[in-house]
Design a protein around this ligand. Structure first.
Ligand code: API
Length: 279
């Protein structure tokens, strides 16, 4: 029996995922499908697979699988796209939605124009300094030295529900991301691997950032990575708390609220196409 699954390809600032509504189509081996469907030549082509589902504690749930099949705890760009998916497809009429994720419940606020969502703001919660393992001891990295390929960088490790290593440098063009990204992703400090962001301050409110994502490699953008970049920039005194993060595929506004300690991410969400694929 063939089993046809309807999917939607969406992106946020160029970070593209395949979205499946599991309220209608059940998916029991997402790890395998994320690998197969993410391939650009033989699959649909994406940075990973996102499952939208129901939740006993929130309006909806999100699960996200990287292109290598590993499951991520949180995804900023996917959470915005889910807001658009739910509203544009008339699955909800709410403009404020709660989303159950592996890193807790996130709140989405939709900006609607006509009958479609144009932008989404996500309350990404409070950032934490990510604990890393240095010589067997748990430590925080704040502008701390990390050496790869005989080059020493100043790095800050932040958790936005998932782990990020943010490195501010003077000239982002000098970084050979395909070479250094995978080495840092698997640096011994991070036994569970890490998402890697290289950032260059343009001014106090603007940062250029490129990302190597754990499990997916170079992506055009990363929502949690943009949040981590803004938080790290503010902690090490490079930037203000309200910044524009410019990535290869577009930019996101990140506000780290002083009163509540919560990070708010705002940006676009775009539907690219819909299709059907056989399981
Ligand atoms: N692209 C996502 C993050 C995926 C994170 C994933 N690569 C991991 O933590 O393993 C974002 O927009 O936040």
């Amino acid at each position: 029996m063939t089993n046809l699954i309807k999917f939607t390809k969406m992106h946020g600032a160029g970070n593209d995922y395949i979205y499946v509504n599991t309220l209608k189509y059940s998916i029991d081996h997402p790890e395998e499908l994320a690998i197969k469907w993410s391939k650009y030549h033989t699959g649909i082509g994406s940075d990973g697979l996102v499952l939208i589902g129901k939740s006993p504690i929130a309006d909806f749930s999100m699960r996200i699988f990287n292109a290598d099949g590993s499951e991520a705890m949180m995804c900023g760009n996917a959470s915005r796209c889910i807001g658009k998916y739910l509203y544009d497809n008339k699955i909800t009429e709410k403009e404020d939605i709660t989303l159950d994720t592996l890193s807790g419940i996130k709140h989405l606020h939709l900006a609607v124009s006509g009958d479609k969502v144009s932008k989404v703001t996500v309350d990404m919660g409070s950032p934490k300094l990510e604990e890393v393992l240095v010589n067997g001891n748990s430590e925080n990295l704040v502008s701390a030295e990390i050496t790869v390929n005989n080059q020493t960088y100043k790095a800050t490790a932040i958790s936005m529900g998932n782990p990020h290593l943010v490195i501010y440098i003077d000239d982002i063009e000098k970084i050979d991301l395909p070479v250094i990204g995978p080495i840092l992703e698997r640096h011994p400090f991070f036994p569970n691997r890490v998402n890697v962001e290289f950032a260059q301050k343009i001014d106090n409110k603007t940062v250029r950032m490129r990302v190597w994502e754990r499990g997916s490699g170079i992506t055009m953008a990363c929502g949690t990575g943009a949040c981590a970049t803004a938080v790290a920039g503010s902690i090490i005194g490079q930037t203000e708390r309200d910044v524009e993060i410019i990535m290869d595929g577009g930019s996101l506004n990140i506000k780290w609220d002083e009163q509540t300690d919560r990070v708010f991410m705002t940006g676009e969400a775009v539907t690219v196409f819909e299709g059907e694929i056989t399981l």
